[in-house]
Structure formats: structure tokens, C-alpha cells
Design a protein around this ligand. Structure first.
Ligand SMILES: [Zn+2]
Length: 380
């Protein structure tokens, strides 16, 4: 395969678990293994494309479609959840949005960020674009039909936007050239492209989900934007936990030269991440063997929790998933109930912690209901 960013042939395979199944970011299992390559030219990391990627997004990828208000928890502050959408709006307001902008949200899905932004009195004109019709019902709730489009960018949108935003979309897009061309064609000269993508080094689950074909590094983001004639490039790895917040300005007169960047650090970090995931399957199975026949629960019903379940030899001992998100509670995940942390009973003797390892120990220590449990924990 060729690199989605610099188009060079990818020859370095860094992760090849040869599993029979793989997980998507929506925790669905699909047949076939993922394989990740690293690009020695631009530092990009890339997963082989799913066979039916286009129809997947057009028909099956229903992120947060269960209810109007469904959202993901970004952080818990003093016991209260701060949701991802709210944090995205706060960061956007801090970094780019001021009054009177004409904004296009590209690859927008429900576009809950724009919906919340539209409630601010900023005199913005908001437009939406996606490669699916599934979200139209949501868009209707805050915009007229003339302000969204699917599959094709309308001709009268070209060169009219001050700002194009994109929230967690570019990691899914194999044809980055088409994507960047569309973004550029919509921007006014010197317009701003602002987007958020996962940072695989602080959000390791990004690495193993089959529908994230791109794992950007600072080096590959710089390369992508320079190659496409953007200047004033800023890649912020602090503003949104587990992600890169990227901002750049379109310079139509730039010569689009790519400055040489240091990629060796990115490649080294990527190999470490690959080794980490390779060792996890063994770690989970060793723990399982040492604690077989004891009632167990999995904390976290997202990608990490699903990864744990898919690696167990025997799932009969798993009584439930535990999740602090009210949107997950009451659902079934892999035919197991999802319950709230304070609904756990002392029957549970073993807990697999399916959370981002960077925050897992802190998150478990905060759960008051677990203080009285006599439980053994596995941290990833
Ligand atoms: Zn490359």
C-alpha cells in the first residue's frame, strides 16, 4: 500500500497480529486482521483499508445515533461529566471562532459541535457536509436544508468559507488527497482549516481499530498540510486529551514545499506502541488463566473493554460491563449487560479495567463503590 499522506510505497510493517477478527471504533467485530505500516518518508502510520469502507460510512457507521443528546464523556470533574462536544466547542471558541464567520463542518456526522456552537450569539453561518444521509434528522433540528450537503460539495460553496472544521473524521479517510482538495476548494484564500484527530500515542485505542486507517504523527500532519499549501501550521497535543488539535491557514500563493521533518522519533514511538499491543493479548490471557472460574466484570464498555472481551478464552465468567456513561448503562455489549459503577455487587471478584492506560488507575481510584470490593484488578 502507498502512504495516504506522501504517496510513497509503504514497506515497513510494524504491527501484524494476524487475528481472525478485528474491532472497529464502534466496538463491532469484523472478519480479518488489521496490519499497520509506518512511513519512513513522512512519519505517518497507516492501517490497511477495510474492504467495504465506502458503504461502511454510508450505511453502517452510526456514531452516537441512538439519541439526540448522546455524547461521550471527555473528563469527570468533581464527579460531574464534561462531555466531548462541550469541550470541543470550548476549544474552538478559544482558538478560532469569532463573530460573523462562515463555517463548513466537513465529515460532520451529527455535528453536535456545530449545533452547540449555533446556540452562541456569534452571527455565524454554519454549513455541513458528510458522505452519509443518516444524520439528516439531526441537522434538521438546527439548520435549513440549504445549509447541508451529502456526497458532493455544491458548486456555490466553493471559495466561500472563512473556516472549515473537522472533528474526528480524517483518521477514517483513506483518500486524504480528495479530502484536502475539497477542504481547500471550499476555503476562501487565507481561510482556516481547523481539525481534531486522535493522537495514537496518548490514546492507544486509536492504534488497533480497523476503521482508523490514518494514525497521524506531528511529522505526518506537518507534511500533509505543507504539501497542500497551508502555512502557520499549529499542532497542539495538549488542548484535547488523546488528540491533536490542528490549525492552519490556506496560502494560495505558496509554492507548497515540504520542509524536511524528523521522522525517526515517530517511528520509534510507533514501534513501541505496536509492541505494547502485541504484549497485551498475552497479558490478558495469562491473567485470565490465573483467575479462571471467578466471577468477573469488565470496567469500560468502549474499545478497550471490547478488546479485553475479544481476547478472553472463555467469556462465561464475565457477569457485566461497568461504565460511568449514562448512555451506555442499560445497553447490552457482546450480550452482557452494562451497569453503573455503583450498581456493582460484591459477587465480582475480578475486574478487567478496559480504560486508556494513561488514566485507568486514577479513574478506578475515584469510584467510591469499589472501595468496599475485595477484587483483583487487571490494568492494561
Ligand atoms: Zn508518508
Amino acid at each position: 500500500m502507498n502512504c495516504n499522506v506522501c504517496a510513497n510505497l509503504l514497506t515497513t510493517i510494524i504491527y501484524d497480529p494476524q487475528n481472525k477478527i478485528s474491532l472497529t471504533s464502534l466496538c463491532q467485530l469484523q472478519a480479518g486482521s488489521i496490519r499497520i505500516c509506518a512511513c519512513e518518508t513522512c512519519g505517518h502510520l497507516q492501517t490497511n483499508e477495510m474492504a467495504d469502507l465506502e458503504s461502511y460510512y454510508s450505511k453502517s457507521y452510526t456514531i452516537l445515533l441512538n439519541s439526540e443528546e448522546e455524547d461521550q464523556i471527555y473528563k469527570v470533574i468533581d464527579g460531574k461529566p464534561l462531555y466531548r462536544t462541550q469541550h470541543q466547542v470550548d476549544t474552538l471558541l478559544q482558538k478560532v471562532v469569532n463573530k460573523g464567520l462562515r463555517i463548513l463542518d466537513y465529515g460532520c456526522a451529527k455535528s453536535s459541535t456545530m449545533k452547540q456552537l449555533s446556540r452562541h450569539d456569534l452571527d455565524t453561518q454554519i454549513y455541513l457536509f458528510d458522505v452519509s444521509d443518516m444524520y439528516v434528522e439531526y441537522w434538521k433540528s438546527f439548520l435549513p436544508a440549504s445549509q447541508w450537503a451529502t456526497y458532493q460539495i455544491p458548486a456555490d460553496w466553493l471559495k466561500t468559507f472563512d473556516l472549515v472544521t473537522s472533528f474526528f473524521a480524517l483518521e477514517h479517510i483513506a483518500d486524504l488527497e480528495l479530502c484536502l482538495n475539497q477542504v481547500k476548494s471550499c476555503l476562501k484564500p487565507k481561510g482556516t482549516f481547523y481539525f481534531i484527530v486522535p493522537n495514537t500515542f496518548t490514546n492507544p485505542s486509536d492504534f488497533i481499530v480497523a476503521d482508523h486507517v490514518n494514525h497521524f504523527t506531528v511529522a505526518s500532519l506537518q507534511y500533509l498540510l505543507q504539501k497542500n499549501g497551508f502555512i502557520e501550521i499549529s499542532v497542539d497535543d495538549q488542548a484535547h486529551f488523546g488528540a491533536f488539535v490542528v490549525k492552519a491557514q490556506l496560502e494560495p500563493n505558496s509554492n507548497a514545499t515540504v520542509l524536511p521533518t524528523e521522522v525517526s522519533q515517530a517511528l520509534q514511538d510507533a514501534q513501541q506502541m505496536a509492541d505494547y499491543w502485541s504484549s497485551l493479548s498475552v497479558k490478558i490471557r495469562t491473567f485470565e488463566t490465573a483467575h479462571s472460574d471467578r466471577p468477573a466484570a469488565i470496567y469500560g464498555s468502549g474499545v478497550y473493554g471490547s478488546f479485553i472481551l475479544s481476547n478472553l478464552q472463555n467469556t462465561n465468567n464475565i457477569r457485566c460491563f461497568i461504565d460511568r456513561s449514562p448512555f451506555q448503562q442499560g445497553q447490552q455489549v457482546f450480550e452482557k449487560p452494562v451497569i453503573a459503577p455503583n450498581a456493582v455487587t460484591d459477587e465480582v471478584e475480578v475486574m478487567y479495567v478496559g480504560l486508556n492506560p494513561q488514566i485507568a488507575r486514577g479513574a478506578i481510584a475515584e469510584v467510591a463503590a469499589f472501595q468496599s470490593l475485595n477484587c483483583e484488578y487487571l490494568f492494561l
